[in-house]
Design a protein around this ligand. Sequence first.
Ligand code: FAD
Ligand code: DLZ
Ligand code: SF4
Length: 508
Amino acid sequence: MTKTLRFILGDQLTRSLSALEGVDPARDVLLMVEVGAEATYVRHHKQKITLIFSAMRHFAQDLRAEGLNVDYVTLDDLANTGDFSGELARAITRHSPDSVVMTEPGEWRVREMMEVWRETLPVPLHIRPDTRFIASTDEFSRWAAGRKTYRMEFFYREMRRKTGLLMEGDKPEGGEWNYDSENRKPLPKVYAPPARKRFAPDAITREVMALVEARFSNHFGDLSTFGWPVTRAEALEALSDFITHHLPNFGDYQDAMKKGADFLHHSLVSTSLNIGLLTPLEVAEAAEAAYRRGDAPLNATEGFIRQVIGWRDYVRGLYWHEMPGYAATNALDAQRPLPDFFWSGQSGMACMDDVITATRRNAYAHHIQRLMVTGNFALLAGLAPAAVEEWYLLVYADAFEWVELPNVHGMVLYADGGLLASKPYAASGAYIDRMSDYCAGCRYSPAIKTGEGACPFNLLYWDFLMRNEAQLAGNPRMAMPYRTLAKMDAARKAQIRAEAQVFLDGMV
Ligand code: FAD
Ligand code: DLZ
Ligand code: SF4
């Protein structure tokens, strides 16, 4: 009888994980390790480290309750070597297994570690596919083969056909594949943000919080507001609360933003999905069931399902298909360092400061805040991709490189030259004004294009188009703004460029 060491990573907290298939409770050992290197390779938000350590500890408790033998190394264990390689080597010495079994990791960085272990461990290492996605990485690669660019919409239709979600035979429910055009409403003028289901930290989470405050006190983020689900039971409760109370409004207000309203009607399921407390299929099925019962409209349900089985799987496939070269591209040659106000939240721009301070408070911002406020600013200001990517990877509790990188590098920064997005998501202050109430409380005005009080997004938008004309003017989807630019006289262009330069040079 052989003895297997099954090494489970902090984002693999799923009972049906491939590394746990065939587990022998009598002989096998399940290894889980809290290591400093994973908390500090970028200095993660305190809530992200707390989420992962607490969820790991709860998952270990559940596995033990099932009679499985879990070897769990805490961060404050005096013998802890501080990284995966050291802890795996120590565990092999402790348990003398015949082999090590793992599920493939979510990050290229960790995959490279595994390739080294395959060569250096004294026993064989078996790496199993991660089956928690709708499509396998091979399936994505087959879909991508021969395409010059990868458009999510076509991949998404394949995922709808594959799962049968919102399908009527081989036709999409309601006749259309995509109801996004109905999902762009601003909030009503009088609107009270909804209360959201949050979870008070239990004894295990409180212990982890104390550890994180002690060991990572210099990391970004407020810990006192921690309320993320840390068990599967809590994650299911949060999902049910979203489906009942928020899915009906999810579509209409998906792109809306409101000062001080941190969560609106978004699902808040990304942390639970990404660490394995929920699977994408069960989340999407719960939404479809609400639609079939008549409890949620089609635009909301389709919009939500598109995010969960479309975008999420698509960025994961793209990441593994394109790495490691993907991270190194910089199509717009953006070189500017990240200004300090990404940490302090004191830029003087009301929209940026609201999103950044909410991010510090919650380790969360919703998609349009990430894309059209902080992301849009980073794109227009020409911030260096690596610096922006590090920021997004460390500030959000749901951030793992497989999902963060394509969103930031491709969707936000267009650093891949259009592999992911058909055009840059660049917008002036008018977009933010239309979708939020930020501008009313801002020292700048979206209506002012240049001079005193001009919204920086206005100046930077036109400056961005001028700076990148050679790369972007030929893109048919950019034809309209470039036609407008062509009608601007030289003096006006020079004024915009000069004022944008003063703003950029003054950023701290
Ligand atoms: P909802 O809006 O309720 O959406 C439901 C689910 O769909 C999400 O939980 C998520 O699993 C999935 N989803 C939605 N949009 C995307 C997308 N573009 N890519 C992949 N999955 C998506 N998502 C992460 O999970 N981790 C990240 O590190 C991350 N970084 C991002 C960085 C930028 C610059 C941008 C623009 C988006 C990023 N996203 C990331 C995608 C998206 O913003 C978050 O998934 C979402 O805001 C999480 O909140 P929610 O669960 O309330 O999502
Ligand atoms: C993000 C993270 C952190 C902060 N800490 C740990 C840890 O101590 N142990 C662990 O197993 N995983 C951790 N993770 C997740 C990993 O950094 C990594 O993102 C995933 O394993 C994906 O490859
Ligand atoms: Fe943001 Fe400009 Fe509006 Fe101020 S005026 S909140 S900077 S978009």
